[in-house]
Design a binder for this molecule. Structure first.
Ligand code: FES
Length: 165
């Protein structure tokens, strides 16, 4: 017959070894998991607001501005050049549109098609957008141009990420 004390000592040893082993495993694994997913979970991961142009330079005519942004893709950081078509509407509201066509991603230009002088035109498949970025029905794009997050601070226009309208 097994001694009651002996069994409980064995169990105690098992629990202790399992516990210590578990702590050691967690101590090694947690930093690895954190390293792998930290950039994804980090608040503010993505794109910061960037100063693009003096607000006083904006008119009701769309103008193309380029700006550099730091982009984080997981843990990979890079600097990319982005462009925006920026203008003020009749009420003085600033609109900053992405030039990336919503059909297949070509670059749209303002007023380059003589037949439609007040529209954005995509040369790839003759896609068209009205001044506020709305896609013209009957042309290939099926969605409006993305709009940049914007902020005016100390007389300067800052742009952030482009979002679907
Ligand atoms: S990519 Fe612009 S119309 Fe096709």
């Amino acid at each position: 017959m097994a001694n009651k004390d002996e069994v409980s000592r064995r169990q105690f040893l098992n629990y202790t070894l399992t516990g210590v082993g578990g702590f050691m495993a967690a101590g090694m694994l947690l930093p690895m998991v954190r390293f792998a997913i930290d950039p994804v979970l980090k608040e503010g991961a993505g794109q910061d607001m960037v100063a693009v142009v003096e607000e006083s330079k904006l008119t009701q005519e769309p103008q193309r501005f380029t700006f550099k942004v730091k982009q984080k893709d997981g843990w990979y950081e890079s600097e990319v050049t982005q462009a925006a078509w920026v203008f003020k509407d009749k009420n003085g509201e600033i609109l900053a549109l992405s030039p990336i066509c919503k059909h297949l991603g070509c670059t749209v230009d303002w007023a380059t098609n003589p037949a439609y002088p007040n529209q954005f035109f995509c040369p790839c498949h003759a896609g068209r957008y009205t001044k506020d970025g709305t896609n013209v029905k009957g042309t290939p794009p099926l969605a409006p141009l993305d709009v940049y997050k914007k902020e005016v601070k100390d007389g300067k226009l800052y742009l952030g990420q482009a979002m679907p309208q």
